[in-house]
Design a protein around this ligand. Sequence first.
Ligand code: UT7
Length: 324
Amino acid sequence: MTFYSRIAGTGSYLPAKVLSNQDLEGSVETSDEWIFSRTGIRQRHIAADNEFASDLALKASQRALEAAGVAATDLSLIIVATTTPDMVFPSTACILQAKLGAKLGGLNCPAFDVQAVCSGFVYALTTADNFMRSGQYQNILVVGAEVYSRILDWEDRTTCVLFGDGAGAVVLKRSDAPGILSAHLHADGSHAHILSVPGSVNGGKISGRPLLQMEGNAVFKFAVRVLGEVAEEALAANHMDKSQIDWLIPHQANIRIIQATAKKLGMPMEKVIATVDRHANTSAASIPLALDTAVRDGRIRAGQHVLMEGVGGGFTWGAVLVRM
Ligand code: UT7
């Protein structure tokens, strides 16, 4: 018997505080015009001081569980993709498991984090699908949750205007038909230097500089190339033509990267989900946030084909093709 994963419910959460481009004009030398024309971003959400990745993940997960009609106590696995965990350990997934009360059902509910930066959700979804295919799991919660506001240099206008905080989640149910059709992951560590947070904990002190640094142009070119390649790879693996894709959900980093990727694939922007204007780049949360937005506003419907693709630090990239 072959087991597959089906997305049974989606959810997302954005912190209450909104930081507009105009707000940023007061703190760094920038303008709404520069930010919007170069990135498509108008605003981003910022977590409160007492809100951590697990708090954002909790609210997104509760909404996804409700949409799926699954109780937290019926979860058999939790995977959280994050680059901004609550602490060094325990994992944000274990903290989330406790906050959800997922262990209370008496089930064995393992929980762990996946760290693949902006490809994190695609990596986590792929990992979950492989667990599901083993036949040992019934309901899997996959979350992308980030508080990038904590790892930004708020005096560096080349990076601080690009990112935001948020979380998105999906509940996968075991199914006898896919669901997730295929997944394709890649990494190339030789490009680590163009996007990194080069700091670590060392003897109780922080060593290095634990703030995001990026060579924007190099990242831009790399992202456009690999997003195009991995989309073609997913289509070829399923013997599908791009015309059969109902919706493309690329990682939400920059509208110009999204447009260039759609153009390469020959897909009209009407078939592309873009939330970067309101959310900015929320790293591992960006794809599930966009997915949930389009599911809840009625654009993405059951039976449609959705191609999700991520790219980020590492470098990592990947795609997951799903029948909803
Ligand atoms: O998830 C993956 C993570 N990151 C990304 O995907 C980001 C990928 N890269 C990008 O999106 C773009 O490269 C950026 C939006 C970061 C930059 O856009 P760009 O068109 O590549 O601009 P640039 O870096 O070539 O900078 C052009 C100018 C520079 O001034 P000079 O040297 O020409 O005088 C920058 O100093 O714009 C200046 N600049 C700014 N000006 C106003 C850079 N940041 C800002 C700013 N406001 N916030």
